[in-house]
Design a protein around this ligand. Structure first.
Ligand SMILES: NC(=O)c1ccc[n+]([C@@H]2O[C@H](COP(=O)([O-])OP(=O)(O)OC[C@H]3O[C@@H](n4cnc5c(N)ncnc54)[C@H](O)[C@@H]3O)[C@@H](O)[C@H]2O)c1
Length: 366
């Protein structure tokens, strides 16, 4: 059987003067056309980096080519397991010429310059949520990414659930007057850095952000936020566990809806992550982190479970977006995720300053 190969290099100008080179190689085998695999690098291969890799290995047109972790042993072990190379630094990975795209799973306190370096080299990127800890820094990163013209994504994987897609369709013609968010669970088994407020940003920024993003995806933009954090002594006996136990917030939306958030990381025996949309003639609930949807309306009550794996769908969408140079295949872009981060920071700042916080999105183009 003869295989023919056609390689095309396409030059495209980004919004800045940077020129990007898109590589396409098309193979023919007995009339079947195949695109060359998208070569991906992963930075930070702890829990979430490994989850991405596991799903990428199932995506037909993806190849995990290289990994980097500040913990050399971890990087080498993961690289060995999947037959990738272990880079000695993030710069080495990004400069290697061996990757088309990078997935950034280093913790949010440790991403200095990674997105900008990738974008400047024309490397497409996905960054895990939250995008960082400081909003101005993240806004500046978004500007560089937008101007570079690379494909960009953020790890708001719940958007890829079929339940969430159906909820979006249902809610399109049914504005909610009330939205309830809650995310309750225990931080006991989280990585140590996640239990430190200054490194993770706290549960509002690092955990509830998924539900806040869902509210934005399904219900539009937030307008005002007023939050309170628990000031009682922390539940943990470890003095280095500084994460705030719980928070409560009230918010308004640009649509006129109002809503509440209740969150806790200090609940050993109950956990759930849920968003409820309440309309005059319907109730729509996305529970179990979006994977279970219940609708109650004039047609009765029905519950559906997600039939897809959100991490796989997210990986596939990102790889397809890179392969086809189609940003619209990405349901959660980096630039849009800046707004989700802004809402979580608004809640945190409101609780710290004891003020009502009004969101301004002027320089945050989605
Ligand atoms: N989308 C989701 O549902 C989801 C779920 C879990 C975690 N996350 C996010 O993924 C990120 C990683 O979380 P995790 O649970 O994998 O944490 P983790 O502690 O399990 O892994 C982090 C890894 O990054 C490495 N690392 C630290 N600093 C680094 C640096 N400067 N360069 C390269 N590697 C570095 C660590 O050695 C570790 O292996 C966080 O931002 C977290 O919020 C997202």
């Amino acid at each position: 059987m003869q295989t023919k190969r056609l390689c095309v290099q396409r030059l495209a100008a980004g919004k800045s003067s940077i020129l990007l080179v898109y590589r396409y190689c098309i193979y023919w085998d007995e009339g079947v056309e195949q695109r060359m695999k998208v070569r991906i690098g992963v930075i930070g291969v702890g829990g979430q980096g490994k989850s991405h890799i596991d799903k990428l290995l199932q995506v037909e047109n993806a190849e995990v080519a290289s990994v980097y972790d500040v913990n050399r042993e971890t990087a080498e072990r993961v690289a060995r397991e999947i037959g990738a190379t272990a880079a000695n630094s993030s710069d080495e990975l990004l400069d290697s010429g061996r990757i088309d795209a990078v997935i950034i799973c280093a913790p949010q306190f440790a991403r200095e310059g990674l997105e900008e370096t990738a974008a400047a080299r024309g490397i497409h990127l996905m960054a895990e949520k939250p995008l960082g800890l400081d909003l101005d820094t993240v806004r500046a990163k978004a500007k560089v990414i937008r101007e570079a013209g690379v494909i960009h994504a953020a790890g708001y994987c719940l958007r890829y659930l079929d339940t969430v897609q159906r909820a979006k369709k249902y809610l399109e013609s049914r504005p909610a007057h009330m939205i309830q968010v809650h995310r309750i669970g225990s931080a006991k088994n989280w990585p140590k850095w996640m239990r430190q407020q200054h490194l993770s940003g706290g549960n509002m920024v690092a955990g509830v952000t998924h539900q806040i993003d869902l509210v934005r995806f399904l219900g539009g933009e937030f307008r005002q936020m007023s939050a309170q954090f628990n000031r009682l002594p922390h539940h943990s006996k470890d003095p280095e566990d500084t994460i705030i136990d719980s928070g409560a917030a009230a918010f308004t939306m640009e649509s006129g809806s109002i809503g509440t958030i209740g969150e806790s990381v200090a609940s050993l025996f109950y956990s759930n992550a849920e968003v409820n949309f309440i309309g005059y003639d319907y109730f729509l609930q996305l529970s179990s982190n979006g994977t279970v949807m219940t609708i109650v309306d004039e047609n009765g009550s029905r519950t559906e479970k997600a039939a897809v794996n959100m991490m796989y769908e997210q990986s596939k969408a990102f790889v397809d977006a890179v392969a086809n140079n189609s940003q619209e295949l990405v349901l959660s872009s980096y630039t849009d995720a800046v707004r989700t981060m802004a809402v979580t920071i608004a809640a945190t700042q409101s609780a710290e300053d004891q003020t009502l916080f009004t969101l301004q999105y002027d320089d945050m183009q989605p």
